[in-house]
Design a protein around this ligand. Sequence first.
Ligand code: HEC
Length: 689
Amino acid sequence: MPRAILSPLLALAALAACSDPSESVDMFTDSGDGADWPSYGRTYDESHFSPLTEIDHDTIGQLGLEWYADLPPGTAVGSALAVDGTVFITSGLSILRAFDAVTGEVLWVHDPDVAQRAGQELRAAWGARGTAYWQGRIYVGTMDGRLVAVDARTGELAWEAQTTEPGSGLYITGAPRAFDGLVVIGNGGADFAGVRGHVSAYDAETGEQKWKFFTVPGNPADGFENAAMEMAAQTWSGEWWEHGGGGTAWNAITYDPKYRLVYFGTGNGAPWNARIRSPAGGDNLFLCSILALDADTGDYRWHYQVNPAETWDFTATMDIQLATLTIDGEPRDVLMQAPKNGFFYVIDRSTGTLISAEAYTEQTWAERIDLATGRPVERPGARPNGNLLTIWPGSMGGHNWQPMSFSHRTGLVYIPTIELPGTYDDRGIDYGSWRRNAQSVVYDTGFNIGDLDVSAPPEDATFGTLTAWDPVAQEQRWSVPFRAPQNGGLLSTEGGLVFQGQYDGKFVARDDENGEELWSFDAQTGILSQPITYTANGRQFVTVLSGVAGSATILGPLAAEFGWTYRGQHRRVLTFALGGNARLPDSAPQPVEPLAADDFEVNQALADAGAPDFLAYCATCHGSAAISGGAGPDLRASVAVADWPAFYSIVNDGTLLQAGMPGFPDLEERKIRALQHYIRREAEDALDR
Ligand code: HEC
């Protein structure tokens, strides 16, 4: 069965509109006119900045909805691309859609059939965050580790490459990057399985693998792939390879045409707990690091480790932006990153030398970052080491995958920050005998899992900001507080505007100098994706996706507070232009109503036993404390839960697999029974409140 659904007339129109493959690479650089948004961050420098000025301070009042398109259930958090008047998006399980930018008409849909193929990797749930474009093709990664290339005009499959070993627990959520005939992709998985991260590059034309670089060393007995792995192995102890090591590069990839380097950021260890992974200490290269590779060969050039001996899930996978900044009177080619650990880093990108680092958000783990050594000076007690530890930021980081934007107009970086502490429970863990449940992809960090549980967030508290940061002075210029910790990625423009979707359901344009709200639109659902702007038919458009996902910790209670549910939220492509006057149908948020199940009697001992398994197996999608954040239905309201045969077959056999609900054949019947009692207890507790 052909997977591309294509309307013939529209396809012809698209054919005429698409340029020939010899098109200039200017569209990826700042010498372009900004008409297209052909890459995740628009240009190679990943600045998420546009030179377009039709929409500016004077005209913003006329900005209105031009068209919208409803999207089916699944995550709708990715960033769109726009090339030659066609908008490309990915949502759900890497389903690709192309729209006519002017009319909003669907040109084609391509479904890579991920649910059927993903197996256990489906359990991580995050879906795809973006695509890449190169010479008439669109590229996307999948949860089952494929890199998929389709024809941008027709949606027909050009090639697909398996970039990971199926069943290894590695999955792809990040956007690929394409340049010079190569497509580069990383992967994720270190929270769920004993994985070893890597980045690989493929021929954009044929799908043939060109190079592959592991981010952590394997078993020395097998020999090292290269000198970088041999060097890295010196910084590990024990039998780390038995645990995988981790270091997955699940988000940031930046191509630098000037130095012909590819930079990418690596994540946490597998497991998080450093004492298990590397019992006699060591920095554990290249965890939580920024790496520079030769773009042509994938050979190691330099690295900068953000957190030596990472143990808090502080990843350096946040977006990496390139700029030339005047520092002490000298122009410096730098890269900038606001990784999870709360510090903003400015690094000389030709050498990897740290230039400056200051805290952009609340942090309690470090005194400072030492500029002479490039290493953090950790505060006493910053590591769990056998205790129950709370520090700022937590594992969600001070900033996560939603990209920041560097404005070429103001010289400021606009960061969507998160203000949440993290708790790490290291009490009573036997570091030597700890083993991951080898058969399963299951959330397991090497700390006790109870720390993931949540209580209701205090009423007046705010948990995130939009912060304008001066990367030269390394200080905040202004900041706007938000109720929710996660909000959308940023777009800044030469028109003096900063666009952002907020978790509260507003899509907002602000003054880039002071953060003042100049315009807003009620999107009827929270927004996590990043807006883009481009021109079509001579007009400037702005496109963003609405939709929320992510259910762990306080995201569940906050989604419930706003009324964003799995089935009730409006996942949409929203496109705006001056004079746009389309309207969304009326809609009110629908709070979750936990279900009363009178003939179901909760067994407290079973419910207690089910609690940790719910956090490990189900909370990613259904929410900590079973309060969903919108990535899956709220099970406290599910009829199926109280009905044992239905519940058992959904959970064990995976009868709802096609709808994105993975099966758990590895969970024994008594464990599924315990999960049932746990969920019902949470439902009854909510009814009693
Ligand atoms: C990767 C994300 C994900 C994980 C992990 C996950 N689920 Fe689901 N689950 C879903 C989605 C999505 C649906 C909705 C499917 C549909 O639309 O029918 C769902 C539906 C369900 C339903 C049916 C709810 C209803 O009434 O429609 C039950 C019951 C359920 N899940 C139980 C569980 C349990 C128990 C676990 C842990 C063992 C779990 N799920 C783990 C994503 C997930």
